[in-house]
Design a binder for this molecule. Structure first.
Ligand code: SAM
Length: 337
């Protein structure tokens, strides 16, 4: 146990599947970990409390970095030193971000995808139709906002975004309504956009707000979330030291599909090789360098979803880089360690 004995509360965001994340990561003294999605620091606090380890933490949201700096000050006050290193940026560039700072090979990486409650609940961030605010939706503070997309994109591009990333079946109808509305006046707020969507998408028995899928689609597009996840997973797998573990919590099927594909590919578990996807062809003589720790996804228990309804769609997957003795291809692992 360390001087920081118990996870301190991270008000504003309840960490999802924390017990399962810790069980899969199994933090140990002297090891080095990366939290790719610091958010409210719930995982970070728990990892730092579980072992006398070093933790690197990335977030693209400057507000999350400020929370991390507050945690660094707490650690310094409690322990006289700081085992937490904060890095602002996208986890899709984790290799460059960590290499530039001289971080060693990683004994574990956690990624808790999507938004924090801080982001969802702050109307000014423009993520939610439940809180009126400017139509922003950026996790960081660079790049085009959702308002830029909604007011400038071609109708067919808009429809594609809503269909591909929001899985909105009525995407063409929604895109048409947006283009008609913006011809009258620019769409500037979350409430106005939600009103336009609701005017053409009927509610159903699920009780889910008709604007939900379109908002998800825009958010994913604005933040290039799927591109970040693809790049982040590949780099995390590659940066693991032998015996290191990657633990990922996803919240919807588009995210989880990428996690499943990346982990199954690394563990040599892809279904039969496809002529069309060169990545799926495994040289038969090369044994996989990773093993899956979760067969199917782990899901939160009833008690957790009852206490924290935002956890209900969470799915956890984990994978381990095999210790050197179990690997036939050790080139990268040897290079980094
Ligand atoms: C669900 S929250 C993480 C919560 C955290 N596990 C906790 O317990 O407090 C997700 C965080 O990841 C950040 N994030 C999402 N995508 C990111 C990316 N591509 N690069 C860096 N940070 C990202 C968000 O800004 C948000 O703060």
């Amino acid at each position: 146990m360390t001087a920081m004995t118990a996870p301190l509360a991270a008000p504003g965001h309840i960490p999802v599947m924390l017990a399962e994340v810790l069980r899969m990561l199994a933090p140990r003294d002297g090891a080095t970990y990366l939290d790719g999605t610091f958010g409210g620091g719930g995982y970070a606090r728990a990892i730092l409390a579980a072992a006398r380890c070093t933790l690197w933490a990335i977030d693209r949201d400057p507000a999350a970095i400020r929370r991390g700096e507050a945690l660094q000050a707490e650690l310094r006050a409690a322990e006289g030193t700081c085992r937490l290193h904060m890095v602002e940026g996208g986890f899709g560039a984790m290799r460059a971000l960590l290499d530039a700072r001289g971080a060693p090979a990683l004994d574990g990486v956690v990624m808790d995808l999507g938004l924090s409650s801080f982001q969802i609940d702050e109307g000014a961030r423009g993520f939610s139709f439940r809180h009126d605010g400017p139509l922003d939706m950026r996790m960081g503070d660079t790049g085009p906002t959702a308002a830029d997309i909604v007011n400038r994109a071609d109708e067919s591009d808009l429809a594609d975004i809503l269909y591909q990333y929001g899985e909105e079946r009525l995407s063409r109808r929604v895109a048409r309504a947006i283009v008609a509305a913006r011809a009258q006046a620019p769409i500037r707020t979350t409430a106005r956009l939600a009103e336009i969507i609701r005017s053409v998408v009927p509610g159903d028995r699920s009780g889910i707000d008709p604007a939900t899928r379109s908002f998800q689609g825009l958010r994913i597009h604005v933040n290039d979330e799927l591109g970040q996840i693809r790049a982040g997973l590949d780099q995390a797998l590659d940066m693991l030291a032998p015996g290191g573990r990657l633990v990922v919590v996803a919240f919807h099927s588009l995210e989880d599909r990428l996690v499943k594909q990346a982990m199954h590919r690394a563990a040599g578990r892809l279904p039969g090789p496809s002529r069309h996807d060169p990545r799926s062809i495994q040289p038969p003589e090369q044994a996989p360098a990773y093993r899956l720790l979760t067969g199917r996804t782990l899901r939160p228990g009833d008690a957790e979803t009852h206490a924290n309804p935002r956890a209900r769609s969470a799915r956890l997957r984990a994978i381990e880089r095999l210790p050197l003795a179990d690997q036939s291809d050790t080139s990268h692992a040897e290079r980094r360690s």
